[in-house]
Every structure is written in structure tokens, then in C-alpha cells.
Write a protein that binds this ligand. Structure first.
Ligand SMILES: [Zn+2]
Length: 268
């Protein structure tokens, strides 16, 4: 893929093709990785307290971990009304770079409660209206696209439709809502290799979005399955090592804090 990419860059430089052509040419490039996209059914709690199954399309090497992520989300009773993985030919919103969803290496969860927001353009995704009635229509249409009907629709609407006069568009993460990405959810994804969460980004913010590192995703598409499995295991091991280091560091920090407290009391 890298070699083809170099050829593509060369062709672009000699033919002066504009960026939109570049984007579609690049999509042809990742097209060869589409045969690495596999489907899996995951079980989750829905907003009306029933249990449902969601189909997710992801890169083959990530399938087991994605299934384990959703098993763990199920165990902590995390409600999910929608989750999406692979989205064909998707470019990063307002950008020319290809989204990791096109690699099957990103997952979005409960988008209305965990939205995408661009401060510069004030663009919010999914689209919301400042008019409450219009908002209700937009959201209902959005949810019906996800086959959210009946009791679940009512229960999701109860959470995502703002109270009269409210200006809150779910960007205030201090208000805890059902289905909102929590630290626990972030750590479940992280432990299974999805160590990048869009909620940590400052511009744009993408609270629904989890992904693996871009360089790794490109490498995984490029190599054979055995090498991909190996690379993926190494990536997860390096995260586990960082986790151990962070735990040790925070324990040491707590110990120092306790010691300081004790010393202060002793010298009073
Ligand atoms: Zn996303």
C-alpha cells in the first residue's frame, strides 16, 4: 500500500490534481483493505432496559477485542442505542483526511448524547436545532435511521430532548446522563487497544468516537493476517505496560501525599 501511495503522490505532483480527486483516489487505495472488514453481532442493554443485538463491522484483527469491549459494557449495564464501526468512504468531517471508520478501526457510541462539535464552525453532529420542536423532529428522524422505535424511542427522547429553555447541547460533560461515555467506558476501550477517545480532543471534540492509532490501522491493513495479529498484540501489551506504570505512579503519588499529611500533623 505504501508503494502505491508513493506512486499516487508522484502522480498528483505531476498532474496537479485537486484535493477532492486526491481524496477519492485515496479511497480507492483503502478499497483493497475493505476485504479485511468483518461483521460481528454484539449484545447490549438498550435504553428501555431490554437487551438487543447490534451488528458491527470492523477490521478482522480487531473483532475479538471489539466483542470483548461490548461484553464488558454489557456487564457494567452501559446502555447503548446505537454503535457504528466501519463506515464506507467517510472522510473526517470537514477535513480531507480519511476517517478511521473507513478502516474499520473506529467505533462511535450513542452519538446524540456524545456529540461531535467543532468550535470554529460551530458545527454539531448529529445536527441539532435551537428550536425545540424542530429538534424533536430531527432527532426522531435520526433515531428512526437506527431503527429505534417504540419504548426505546421514548426513553432515548426523554434523555436527549432538552428541557424547555435549556441551552445545553450535551457539551456540558459535568451533567451525567444515561449513555454518556464515562471514565470506565474509556478504560474498557483502552484496555482493548482503542486507546484514542475523541472526548479528549479539544478541537474538534468527538465524544462518541473511539479509535486505534492511525499509523497502526494503516499498517494492519497493509500486512498479512499473522503479522497484523502480532502487531495488534504488541500494541495492546504496550498499553498494558503504560497502565501498570500509571497505577504505580499514582500509588506513589498518594503515598507521598499521605506522608506529607502525616508530617504536617506531626509538626503541628
Ligand atoms: Zn467516529
Amino acid at each position: 500500500m505504501k508503494k502505491n501511495f508513493v506512486i499516487l503522490i508522484f502522480l498528483l505532483s505531476v498532474t496537479n490534481i485537486n484535493t477532492s480527486v486526491f481524496a477519492s483516489s485515496y479511497l480507492l487505495e483503502i478499497g483493497s483493505g475493505i476485504n479485511k472488514i468483518v461483521s460481528t453481532q454484539v449484545i447490549c442493554h438498550s435504553f428501555d432496559d431490554s437487551i438487543k443485538s447490534i451488528e458491527l463491522n470492523v477490521m478482522n484483527v480487531l473483532k475479538n477485542d471489539v466483542e470483548e469491549i461490548f461484553n464488558e459494557l454489557f456487564e457494567i449495564n452501559f446502555p447503548i442505542y446505537m454503535a457504528s464501526g466501519f463506515i464506507e468512504s467517510r472522510s473526517i468531517t470537514e477535513g480531507t483526511q480519511i476517517s478511521l471508520h473507513s478502516y474499520g478501526a473506529a467505533i462511535d457510541i450513542n452519538e446524540l448524547i456524545n456529540p461531535y462539535f467543532n468550535i470554529q464552525t460551530m458545527k454539531m453532529d448529529p445536527e441539532r436545532s435551537s428550536d425545540r420542536d424542530k429538534d424533536l423532529k430531527l432527532i426522531t428522524a435520526n433515531l428512526s435511521n437506527w431503527n429505534i422505535m417504540g419504548d426505546e424511542l421514548t426513553s432515548v427522547l426523554k434523555i436527549v430532548i432538552q428541557e424547555e429553555g435549556s441551552d445545553d447541547r450535551f457539551l456540558n460533560r459535568e451533567i451525567k446522563r444515561k449513555g454518556m461515555i464515562t471514565d470506565k467506558v474509556v478504560s474498557i476501550f483502552r484496555n482493548h487497544g482503542f486507546n484514542i477517545w475523541g472526548g479528549k480532543w479539544r478541537q474538534p471534540m468527538d465524544f462518541m468516537h473511539f479509535q486505534i492509532p492511525r499509523v497502526l490501522a494503516e499498517k494492519l491493513l497493509e500486512v498479512d493476517e499473522a503479522t497484523a495479529q502480532d502487531l495488534w498484540k504488541k500494541h495492546k501489551r504496550s498499553i498494558q505496560k503504560k497502565n501498570i506504570f500509571q497505577t504505580m505512579w499514582s500509588k506513589a503519588f498518594d503515598f507521598v501525599k499521605k506522608c506529607r499529611k502525616y508530617c504536617c500533623i506531626a509538626t503541628e
